[in-house]
Design a protein around this ligand. Structure first.
Ligand SMILES: Cc1cc2nc3c(=O)[nH]c(=O)nc-3n(C[C@H](O)[C@H](O)[C@H](O)COP(=O)(O)OP(=O)(O)OC[C@H]3O[C@@H](n4cnc5c(N)ncnc54)[C@H](O)[C@@H]3O)c2cc1C
Ligand SMILES: NC(=O)c1ccc[n+]([C@@H]2O[C@H](COP(=O)([O-])OP(=O)(O)OC[C@H]3O[C@@H](n4cnc5c(N)ncnc54)[C@H](O)[C@@H]3O)[C@@H](O)[C@H]2O)c1
Length: 492
């Protein structure tokens, strides 16, 4: 008979918590999941889902605008923004009903509790219900999955203006006319394109001198140019000095030694995230944390052997698929004692602009820092028949791999369906499948994935040389010409 009320308590019912609870219950653990607001967390309500619905609406609007690209007629789409937001809300609700509802988890035997949890000692949490009720429950294991919230830097005057964050953006009823976005990371970039395509004039400000700083610089630059071409204005390398409400919301910036004022009717802060550590009673349980999040090792374990943390609360990888992965790592280690580590070498990510920007594995910068010898294989979308068919010829696949055996170190893709293509490379990297193996695998025509194969073909092409062809000619008595190998960027 255990001295604890539960085998596993999960704090937070977002992407990490839902997965942790499901796995724990599946392993036969008596499980409780505590959520203070809405099951589904950021991803369903204020993150992935609503942002991708807005992007899709913007994409459809753009396709109407660019009808002539498909042999149709260019037309300005009629946009009722309230309908778009209603569609966002309906889709969120659909996702919630399908995957996040409490009943789904209760049917798995999980006790789902609505309330805010805080540790009072290392084996007990106190749950404060919305009705003011208080109860204490103990558990053998804990999984802290409390997520993160928008980080708003302490800019002068920021508290005097009504700015938006991802919490409020998907609730607005009117399309901003002039939208200023501070932050050119994934949130700022995705929302800039969505809102611009839906009809807003968008200016994006960032202190970095380029957009999407975690992505391949060449591909991020291609995306920036595309977005500029659609009318988005960028102020990069800009110091935000002050925000005020003068005839709208005015952001005063300094760029290249010059002061500029950007005025809009709405301001979106997309300046990163901070972990929800306040109010969790971490000190009471003696859990080590910093302002970056709860500290965990590569098994997602905190400084206590029975307390784990997963997802955004750890401040590590802020992606739904990583919350999911970390929850799997944590529960497997804790409840099965089976050693599993975070797969830090094969983390994919995708920004869902049109075209998409995706990445997996090492970046070129990391390879250089680690002094790893690599070759880069490039394949443009303009050589993918399916991309031409779809008028999606803008894009580039870049693969960094070992020259002699085609072992893949990292892949970056800018182009249509980059998010789908990147998974093939992730699977290959994880399972030791080389560029040669991909090149030798039959891919259907006409698909984008055939482009992934043709990108891999470049490994063969680059390993071919003049002397090899001369040798073949000599051995077999062939009479053709030796191809011109002098161009290092030759693509076949
Ligand atoms: C605009 C936007 C777009 C995004 N798009 C993508 C995307 O396309 N792809 C992708 O992979 N990622 C995306 N992300 C990131 C992704 O949403 C997060 O990485 C993911 O949701 C984190 O899941 P989590 O479970 O760690 O945290 P959350 O989803 O934040 O869940 C934490 C939960 O814990 C609850 N909680 C907190 N404290 C307590 C407490 N004391 N007691 C009880 N409950 C508590 C909260 O209410 C919340 O429901 C996006 C994020 C944003 C903001
Ligand atoms: N498609 C996706 O997977 C997706 C989409 C959206 C968000 N996300 C996740 O959400 C996280 C948060 O996204 P984000 O875009 O808010 O954060 P981010 O940290 O990735 O980017 C924030 C940007 O704001 C800039 N910035 C910060 N403070 C500033 C200041 N004072 N003045 C000017 N610029 C400033 C930074 O230079 C940076 O470029 C991401 O890290 C990502 O993991 C993922």
């Amino acid at each position: 008979m255990s001295k604890y009320d539960f085998d596993a308590i999960i704090i937070g019912g977002g992407a990490a918590g839902l997965t942790a609870a499901g796995i724990a219950a599946n392993f036969g653990a008596k499980t409780m999941m505590i959520e203070r607001y809405r099951l589904g967390g950021d991803c369903t309500w204020t993150g992935c889902v609503p942002s991708k619905v807005l992007l899709k609406a913007g994409k459809v609007a753009q396709q109407i605008r660019e009808g002539a690209k498909y042999g149709l007629i260019d037309q300005e789409p009629e946009i009722n923004f309230q309908n778009v937001i209603e569609h966002v809300h309906e889709t969120r609700q659909e996702v919630y009903e399908d995957a996040d509802r409490p009943e789904i988890f209760e049917d798995m035997g999980i006790k789902v509790v609505s309330g805010s949890a805080k540790f009072i000692d290392e084996h007990t949490v106190e749950i404060k219900g919305k009705d003011g009720s208080n109860r204490k429950v103990s558990s053998r294991y804990f999984f802290i999955c409390a997520g993160a919230s928008a980080f708003v830097p302490p800019i002068q005057g920021i508290d005097s203006v009504p700015y938006l964050t991802n919490d409020s953006l998907f609730e607005i009823e009117d399309l901003p006319e002039e939208l200023t976005i501070i932050g050119a990371g994934p949130i700022g970039t995705e929302m800039a394109q969505a809102m611009s395509r839906l009809g807003a004039n968008v200016t994006v400000i960032d202190m970095a001198d380029r957009i999407m700083v975690n992505d391949d610089p060449e591909l991020a630059d291609m995306l920036r140019k595309k977005l500029e071409g659609e009318g988005i204005h960028y102020e990069l390398g800009a110091r935000v000095k002050e925000v005020s409400s003068e005839g709208g919301i005015t952001v005063r910036i300094e760029v290249d030694g010059q002061t500029k004022e950007i005025t809009g009717d709405q301001l979106l802060m997309a300046t990163g995230r901070r972990p929800n550590i306040d109010g969790l009673g971490l000190d009471k349980a003696g859990i080590t944390y910093s302002s970056q999040g709860i500290e965990v090792n590569d098994k997602c374990r905190t400084n206590h052997s029975h307390i784990y943390a997963c997802g955004d609360i750890t401040g590590r990888y802020q992606f739904t698929h990583m919350s999911d992965h970390m929850a799997k790592v944590a529960t497997t280690n804790a409840l099965l004692k089976f050693p599993m580590k975070i797969d830090a070498d094969h983390v994919p990510w995708v920004t869902y602009t049109d075209p998409e920007l995706g990445h997996v594995g090492a970046t070129e910068e990391q390879l250089k820092q680690q002094e790893i010898n690599y070759e880069t294989y490039r394949f443009p979308y303009s050589k993918i028949d399916r991309a031409l068919i779809d008028s999606e010829e803008e894009g580039l696949i870049k693969i960094h791999a070992k020259k002699w055996n085609g072992k893949i170190y990292g892949v970056s893709i800018y182009g249509a369906h980059a998010g789908e293509l990147i998974s093939e490379y992730a699977l290959a990297m994880k399972n030791g499948i080389s560029l040669r193996n991909i090149a030798d695998t039959i891919h259907p025509y006409p698909t984008y994935s055939l482009g992934a194969r043709r990108a891999a073909d470049q490994w063969y092409i680059k390993n071919q040389s003049e002397w090899q062809v001369k040798l073949i000619k000599k051995v077999f008595g062939y009479r053709g010409e030796v191809p011109d190998f002098s161009d290092p960027n030759r693509i076949v």
